[in-house]
Structures are given as structure tokens and as C-alpha cells.
Design a protein around this ligand. Structure first.
Ligand code: PEP
Ligand code: MG
Length: 325
């Protein structure tokens, strides 16, 4: 079975009736990059850069980061590599960077909020990413965006980083695409406004589910309430995709939901054409797509979008999945 799946690595991911979906990989280490390639990822849809900052005693230098980003960009060749800027805070901590004790770390000092506060830290990373953009198809992505001001503030620092590289005579892609994670409910509500300031969206369902349902993604005690197939989530997905479509920008999904076979009908009905997932999920999802009728699953998803409860939706998606193995 495993060997058979591996044969699919170089096959295009397309449904029986011709709907194509790009399957990219999430990576959080250079080792995972090798797996992404082995399992046929067409790009890196989410490069979690936190690992570069972890298990060490100081922040990584621009050069250190640049070497890693360039390595990944070169390995991916013409495929795109979406590098997400630092997303610490919440559940992720650094020994040498003491963050304040917080009652609600997931609602606290994290991700883009830290980057906009610690500007030099952020600009060092942006410079490293920009430099790597000269060696491959690199894109930048900001995490935890909840307002237009944050996007503008981050882009302002990006422009400063560009000017400084110009002064140093270092090449980079001036037209680098800059996108944002949609993972905070406010971002969904203003997706049309954010789309006007972004080149692409990537929906982070892990955080989106936690924030929409007010269910801490790390809390075991309420894990049974963490429902990606809650009607509220489906509506959020639908309105985000709709806003992106209206604005003419691409939208992908990079949370755990993207690697869940049961959600395929939803992506096809909503019109999501790029999924980014852990490398281990790529072939499983591709195999499933190759055996999917888009026309048929659209009907299933339409039913889901009309349902009242997570239980009903999950049951329908489970039953459909089980009866089509
Ligand atoms: C997400 O929130 O869905 C996501 C992809 O990012 P992370 O899991 O790193 O928070
Ligand atoms: Mg997230």
C-alpha cells in the first residue's frame, strides 16, 4: 500500500472529472522539506520558521536565516515557498526571549503583534526572506492578522528592509508576493478589506477553530468541543473564500483540516484550489482526490452547508468517506 501510494508522488492531483487542486506541504524543519519533495508537494504552502529560533541561546542572525530560506527555495525549484514570519507566543516559547506571564497567552503577545513591537527582530527576518527571494519562488506571509493596520504596518517595515538591501547592493525580488493568514475571526469579518491589501490568503484552521469556538486548542479537557466541522466554521470558510474570489486573489487552506480526507467535498464546493498539509498527508489526500467525483461531492458539501450541527455534518462527511473507500 505504501509503495503504491508513493507511485502517486509525481501524478497531478485532479479529480476524476478534472478539478485540479494544488497540494503543497507545511514544513517546520529542513528535514521536512525532503519529505515534502519525496511525497510530491508542488510547493511549500506554509514554512513555519519558529524552529530556526528554537533550541538555541540567541536570535538567529540574518545570514543564518538567509541560508536556510535559500536552501528551501532552491530545493523547491519553480514551486513556490510561502515563508511565514515568526509566530511565537501562544503555545510557542523561546528560552532566551522572556515573554511576560499571561493569563490568556493565545489572546496575548504573539506572532505579528511581537513582530510589529520588536521591529529590528522583524526586519532581520524580512531581510533574510527577501534575500532568499532572489534564489527561488519565495512569498511572505504574516501570521495572526486581525486588522488592516497590522498589514500596513508590516508592509511599511518590509519596505524599509527593501531600502536597506538596496543600500547594501543586495538583490531580491521587488515584486515578492505578500499574503496573510486568515486565522482570527476579525480577519474573516473584514476579509474583503484585507484582500485589498494582500496578494493571497491562507486559512489557518487550527487557530481559526480555537478562536471562533472559544475552545483552547491545547486544553485536553475541552478537546471534545474542538469542532472543525461546526457550522460556524463552514460559514467562515465560505465567506473568506468568497471575499478572496471577489478580490481576485488566491486562497489556500493550511490548517490540519487540509490534511483531513473528509473535508475534500468542502474544498471542492467552496472553490479552494490549494491545500497545504503535513508531508505525511500528501499522498493520502492525492489518492482520495484521484478517486473523487467533484460533481458528486459538491452535492454532499451543499448538504453540509445547510446543516444545523457539527454532529450532522461530521456524520455525513464520515459516511460519505467510508462508503467511497
Ligand atoms: C493554523 O493556525 O491553522 C496554522 C496553520 O498555524 P499554526 O498551526 O502554526 O498556528
Ligand atoms: Mg496559527
Amino acid at each position: 500500500k505504501k509503495e503504491q501510494l508513493q507511485l502517486l508522488a509525481s501524478v497531478e492531483a485532479v479529480t476524476k472529472d478534472g478539478v485540479q487542486i494544488n497540494l503543497s506541504s507545511n514544513i517546520s524543519s529542513v528535514k521536512e522539506m525532503d519529505m515534502a519533495l519525496k511525497y510530491g508537494a508542488v510547493g511549500v504552502g506554509l514554512f513555519r520558521t519558529e524552529f530556526l529560533y528554537m533550541d538555541r541561546v540567541t536570535f538567529p542572525s540574518e545570514n543564518e536565516q538567509f541560508e536556510v530560506y535559500r536552501h528551501v527555495a532552491e530545493k523547491m525549484g519553480s514551486g513556490s515557498v510561502v515563508i511565514r514570519t515568526l509566530d511565537i507566543g501562544g503555545d510557542k516559547h523561546l528560552d532566551y526571549f522572556s515573554l511576560p506571564e499571561e493569563d490568556n497567552p493565545f489572546l496575548g503577545y504573539r506572532a505579528i503583534r511581537i513582530s510589529l513591537d520588536r521591529k529590528e527582530l522583524f526586519k532581520t527576518q524580512l531581510s533574510a526572506i527577501l534575500r532568499a527571494s532572489h534564489y527561488g519562488h519565495v512569498k511572505i506571509m504574516y501570521p495572526m492578522i486581525s486588522s488592516v493596520e497590522e498589514v500596513r504596518g508590516a508592509n511599511e517595515l518590509l519596505r524599509e528592509a527593501m531600502t536597506e538591501l538596496d543600500e547594501r547592493g543586495i538583490p531580491y525580488n521587488r515584486d515578492i508576493q505578500v499574503g496573510i493568514m486568515i486565522e482570527v475571526p476579525a480577519a474573516v469579518a473584514i476579509a474583503d478589506l484585507l484582500a485589498a491589501e494582500s496578494d493571497f490568503f491562507s486559512i489557518g484552521t487550527n487557530d481559526l477553530v480555537q478562536y471562533v469556538l472559544a475552545v483552547d486548542r491545547m486544553n485536553e479537557q475541552i478537546a471534545h468541543m474542538y469542532h472543525p466541522y461546526h457550522p460556524a466554521i463552514l460559514r467562515m470558510l465560505r465567506s473568506t473564500v468568497e471575499a478572496a474570489r471577489q478580490a481576485g486573489i488566491p486562497v489556500s487552506v493550511c490548517g490540519e483540516m487540509a490534511g483531513d480526507e473528509r473535508s475534500i467535498p468542502l474544498w471542492i464546493e467552496l472553490g479552494v484550489h490549494e491545500l497545504s498539509m503535513s508531508p505525511q498527508s500528501l499522498l493520502k489526500i492525492k489518492h482520495r482526490l484521484l478517486n473523487t467525483s467533484a460533481e458528486e461531492v459538491k452535492l454532499v458539501a451543499k448538504e453540509c452547508l445547510k446543516m444545523y450541527t457539527n454532529t450532522e455534518i461530521e456524520k455525513l462527511l464520515n459516511d460519505y468517506h467510508d462508503s467511497h473507500r
